[in-house]
Design a protein around this ligand. Sequence first.
Ligand code: ATP
Ligand code: MG
Length: 573
Amino acid sequence: MLWGDGALSGETIFSLELMGKKEGKKDFIRQIIAGDLAKGKHETTITRFPPEPNGFLHIGHARAICLNFGLAQENPGARCHLRFDDTNPVKEDTKYVEAIQADIKWLGYDWGEHLYFASDYFDYFYDCAVQLIKDGKAYVDLQSPEEMKAGRGNVKEAGTNSPYRDTSVEENLELFEKMKNGEIGEGKAVLRAKIDMESPNMNMRDPALYRILHAHHHRTGDKWKIYPMYDFAHPLEDAKECITHSLCSLEFEDHRPLYEWVVQNCPTPSEPRQIEFSRLNLTYTVMSKRKLLDLVNEGIVAGWDDPRMPTLSGMRRRGYAPESIRTFIEGRGITKFNSNTDFALLEADVRAHLNANADRRMAVLEPLKLVIDNWEEGRVEEMECMNNPENPEAGTRKVPLGKEVYIERDDFMEEAPKKYFRLAPGQAIRLRGGYILNYVSHEKDPETGEVTQVHVEYIPGTIGQNAPEGIKCKAAVHWVSVDHAVDAEIRLYDRLFTEENPDGFEGGFMKCLNPESLKVIKGAKVEPVLAESGKEYSCQFERVGYFCTDKEDHEQGEKIVFNRTVELKAAKF
Ligand code: ATP
Ligand code: MG
């Protein structure tokens, strides 16, 4: 995949970035900020993260969050505001406001007392608009949307002035007042900045500042019948909060002249500087909130926090640690070049974190029963098993062993091929942390031919010791004692899409869904200590993968539900 479309340039840049990082070189934004501070341009830095509450945050947002909040942590006296950019009432909702706050905190960041809502500035935006009209820099255009579109021209042709461009200030003030009071219908008028219809930058061709929307707002109710456009509101929000560096994604580069125009022409308390950086894109997923909403609304996933979603809530529910997301984001650096990052890189960081930190436990997903013929009825012995071989401090735990044991169905074969080293006629296996078991016989369902149980004999004195002469034992398998096993539901999650670039898939992203993105195993058996784990407990099921208890459906001691976080090793393509 590293050599796939667009990936090469992105990954090459990324490795160059990393080289810079190792030498302690700052990314270009950190360099600009350090320069501004050195010149005394600002006393400190104030950044902001400005989500629109129209969906949950995704891994792309994590780049903006880590950058903005990260800067606040790195510079003395600096801070980062959380500001909800709630200027479009139609798609916004308080449930998103709450989810966004929870996700940012989970990721490890805090805005302190600096929580703001663009809707708190609606009066200020309005006053700025009135000032622009008074200064002859804005006018109400009564053309139809089609006429306005035609008048804008295109990249090759200059636009033409609207017939309303030179209406008097008084008349404009009156019309704008009418817009505000709901006396003009939706789509019948807009307030436009008077800039330059011939500008080579389309954004400067008398852009709309306000539109009419007779919509209910989740915070201001029915007070407003007009709502500011993003390009007008955003610079004013930044200036109002004295943001020093307004960091946004690359698609706003062409909007920067308008951003500056608004700041310069409105009564603002400060002059923030906009700097753009490239968005984070990931293979095998879609990132636009509109598309994520489609997945939710069409029932393709169980909700915004479904573990297959690229949302922070989904990744949390899947068992990704916030540390590994931060490591992943930092590892990619901040650049000016758009690229598509391999999802496997994120998984590698998730895995590395869990490998170092997660407990080892045993779970049998497809159980096959072994009967230890030479084990006395009722005898229970405790095996001492390591909690994490990567971390000796994690210690050991005792795992009970009785006369009957579950192992994975595929750890036994009736007719073993040459390279099969697990249990088979003539072959022994070791129980992890326990005895060597030697094959005796097996039973089958006469109708289906399925192996129903296997008889074995344990070899005393083999815990931690080699097999005695004449016994072939080359593998140690995970196991759960039948009498002590706890039932569990295990959800095996996989990628949601089969294509590396679902956005570019012919027929649309909905046409390349992975039909096997979720497989539910109801009859799994896990070791008894797991009955006591609470929600969001992460562990490695030995030889199987990394798993975590589900944040919603798992109930300690009642209903054991594990989600697969990531496989033990990266899949080979
Ligand atoms: P989407 O297109 O997914 O709906 P958006 O940009 O409209 O995203 P906002 O809520 O407006 O979503 O985003 C808040 C902030 O997060 C913005 O500053 C935006 O630039 C940044 N952001 C959004 N997506 C990404 C991404 N993929 N990579 C980096 N930053 C992003
Ligand atoms: Mg947006």
